[in-house]
Design a protein around this ligand. Sequence first.
Ligand code: GDP
Ligand code: IMO
Ligand code: MG
Length: 435
Amino acid sequence: MTNQISEKYGNTAVILGGQWGDEGKGKLIDIMSGEYEIVARAAGGANAGHTVYVRDPVHENETKKFIFHLMPSGMLYPNVIGVIGNGCVVHLPTLIDEIKFLKTNNIEVKGRLFISNRAHLVFEYHKIIDGLQEERKGKGEVGTTKRGIGPAYGDKMSRIGIRAGDLLDFERFEQKLRLNVTTLQTMYDFDFNVEQEIEFYRGILASVKPMIADTGALLNKANLEGKKILLEGANGTLLDIDHGTYPFCTSSNASIGGICTGTGLAPSKFTAVIGIMKAYMTRVGAGPFPTEQDNETGEMIREKGGEFGSTTGRPRRCGWFDAVASKYSADINGMTGINLTKLDVLDSLDTIKIGVSYKLNGTTLESFPHSAEILEQVEVDYIEMPGWKTDTSSAKKMEDLPPNAKAYVEKLEQLIGASIDFVGVGQKRDEMAIK
Ligand code: GDP
Ligand code: IMO
Ligand code: MG
């Protein structure tokens, strides 16, 4: 199966979340990594939670669930090289825990995981500030993952951030860290034991140093040598700081631009841009969600789809597929193909709705609104399609899908304006129908 994928998508394929995150990126990245040599993260941090179900590397005949927060999702393959690009914000304690967890599962990443020297670091105080910023917003809170993402990107943009490469000169690193804390304490009221933080970093220095590299140079060299590179998007396009539902979004470019700035690979190198979209919509945290079903339907999808956050465990809000938002996302990213996931979750429904246009005060909107306030007010026009009421989990090809399921997929394809190349019909690697 995997040969088919890289022949189709070429040497430098990008995988992006097409909705509000948790579309199932981890699964496709894991599948494709069987054929690619390098898997690189470009943006976001430990706010991401990418789930992969595979045969247990320790206990044969059992299935094991891995959730990757910072570690590229392709690392389960022993020859894959992992890169955490310059656009990411890295909480090293989380990464170290992930390295240890993989080790207990017989997976060694030593010598094959690289962190960009330009990637900014997330410290414990960024998490504290994340909480304080949310408190200050009161009812307008974003519902962040409290992983310190916004404050770390804030420091980056204010040019007071500390980068992984700073660890290489530890004396200067200490100075920068002390200065960063005192600067932030003038803006936020918090206590922080900076000496303890410095000692933690001194303790991990020897193990982290060999991973710090010029990953932009590494990726460009690999690209020139014809190596196969997979670029792993995190979060989702509707959470993008520019194109998403601002301010209910994350603090980085989760869409295609973030892949370029976050790795140092130019757009002309990309051979495919694959969008991952669920067969319905979900969202964690606050913010507008026009097709949300805060009712029995939403509850059914949540239960059947196991829609609980991979990072925070929060119940995900669920709703019908929103073709307006999803087409917007496909256009922003120039998606060349789509992986529609979790079709199986809809298997038992009598009818399925698709949101096809938005109206504001009776007038149909021409484009996806820029404002969260407007998006909160829109009325959605739906079309309704018959369900298939058949178990799809064994479908391997698009033709194997029941006719009504195929019709649903083709309708989405037509509405989004991009080809749906794969349809996910279950959590495991082989539960996928291919066009
Ligand atoms: P990511 O953040 O985009 O990688 O997605 P998450 O891992 O946060 O959430 C997606 C969830 O859906 C995970 O639990 C996956 O195992 C699961 N999943 C992915 N594809 C499918 C599918 O086609 N069918 C079903 N039932 N589950 C899927
Ligand atoms: P993956 O990669 C789903 C959401 C948070 C919150 C908002 C801002 O697993 O798809 P942040 O902590 O980034 O400042 O939170 O963005 N969010 C995600 N939702 N999946 C993600 O990542 C997310 N990353 C951030 O829930 O609403
Ligand atoms: Mg996730």
